[in-house]
Write a protein that binds this ligand. Structure first.
Ligand SMILES: [Mg+2]
Ligand SMILES: [Zn+2]
Length: 98
């Protein structure tokens, strides 16, 4: 599934509920899901469980993007253009990262 399909799917399933919840609480839920992902990794849970948490984080990012009507795939393509957004190299050659 590509990002556009994923974002469209989340829109079909959740857009009305996302709008009702609002941006602030949706961002809060996204932070909570990041916490769950971090915990799953730290606890060395099975890959299947870590994958589920990654899916949750991406799903909530889609919800944020859908509420404010931004296409994540377009945003990625515009910002990264196949290279690092800072040094414009691929792979990244930034001195201060990671
Ligand atoms: Mg989760
Ligand atoms: Zn770089």
């Amino acid at each position: 599934m590509d990002t556009k399909d994923a974002q469209e799917m989340m829109k079909r399933i959740y857009l009305e509920r996302d709008k009702e919840r609002g941006l602030d609480r949706t961002i809060l839920r996204t932070f909570q899901e990041l916490g769950e992902l971090s915990e799953a990794i730290q606890k060395e849970l099975p890959d299947k469980d870590i994958a589920n948490e990654l899916a949750d984080v991406f799903a909530w990012l889609c919800s944020i993007a859908n509420i404010i009507d931004i296409d994540i795939g377009e945003a990625l393509a515009n910002k990264y253009r196949n290279t690092c957004s800072r040094c414009e190299e691929s792979p990244c050659e930034c001195e201060n990262e990671p």
